[in-house]
Design a protein around this ligand. Structure first.
Ligand code: ATP
Length: 274
């Protein structure tokens, strides 16, 4: 985890890519959402709306429930057998945990990028074409177009267009992470969930991903978990501060960092926490 002390009341040094928050509809509406792993409660009455075509950052100390929360947004959290939940998460107006809800709707609309780049042990081309193929697209011309568009969308095309048949493991860590973003874009999602997408990357690769996130929000809604508060301040429009499984504060990022309402938020972002 990056030292909280280094963040001393952000607004942050790099203001060149600072976004403007826009009015927009909510893509997710979370109401009184609580979650337990067995008898251990990890989330308590989480309640807020996530706006479309914005970047929403989830911040908070280690173990506060950030990853659990983001994995609830695509129902990945259900892979843990002991999980129990109360409350609701609505995606585009539908409760994703309702028995009637078709999980395929989430899988085709919500993509996820993980902390460590995790390309498949396949060619660069096949990594991106994989999702569309699963969704039944077979024509090579169509797949070629999707691969090119997705790699361009992930700002990777120029670097890999002459080596599409090479194994993805030959790419640098930062390129692999952008490949994973391209793989996500290939299924044409509405939402991209990112769980610490730059924490395994060097500063230059991190800056490229941050710049990319800023571009992607034109077309996608992005939720990003980050330990790096300066990153949250640089790239997000909204920020939710989690502590011990609760949302302590949720507001426009510039307000949360420059004028936090809750003492605990202030303590966390100024490094006095703990
Ligand atoms: N699969 C699991 N089984 C049981 N408990 C879990 C599981 N995953 C997470 N937890 C617990 O849930 C709580 C929240 O964990 P979570 O990983 O969501 O926090 P986090 O804020 O993402 O932490 P970090 O920043 O260290 O990744 C922790 O107490 C953790 O031990």
């Amino acid at each position: 985890m990056n030292s909280a002390a280094e963040t001393k009341h952000v607004p942050v040094p790099n203001t060149t890519i600072k976004p403007k928050s826009r009015d927009s509809k909510s893509i997710y509406s979370i109401k009184n959402f609580s979650l337990w792993y067995g008898s251990d409660q990890a989330l308590y009455d989480v309640q807020f709306d996530i706006p479309a075509n914005n970047v929403t950052a989830i911040i908070g100390p280690s173990g506060c429930g950030k990853s659990t929360f983001i994995k609830a947004l695509n129902r990945m959290v259900e892979l843990v057998p002991s999980v129990k939940m109360l409350g609701s998460i609505n995606y585009n107006g539908k409760d994703i945990f309702s028995p009637k809800y078709k999980v395929e709707e989430l899988r085709t609309n919500v993509g996820m990028v993980f902390q460590n780049p995790n390309p498949f042990p396949k060619s660069i081309y096949e990594n991106v074409a994989y999702g569309p193929k699963i969704h039944g697209i077979k024509k090579k011309k169509v797949l070629d177009e999707i691969v090119e568009k997705s790699l361009k969308g992930a700002a990777l095309w120029d670097e890999v267009k002459d080596r599409l048949q090479e194994n993805a493991f030959g790419l640098s860590g930062g390129q692999q992470q952008r490949l994973c973003i391209a793989r996500c874009l290939a299924i044409e999602p509405d939402v991209i969930l990112m769980d610490e997408p730059t924490s395994a990357l060097d500063p230059i690769s991190t800056a490229k991903i941050e710049e990319l996130v800023q571009k992607l929000k034109e077309d996608y809604s992005i939720v990003i978990v980050t330990h790096n508060m300066q990153q949250a301040a640089r790239i997000s429009d909204k920020t939710a501060f989690f502590l011990n499984g609760e949302v302590i504060e949720y507001s426009n990022t510039d307000e949360l960092f420059s004028n936090p309402e809750d003492k605990r938020t202030e303590d966390y972002i100024t490094g006095r926490f703990g």
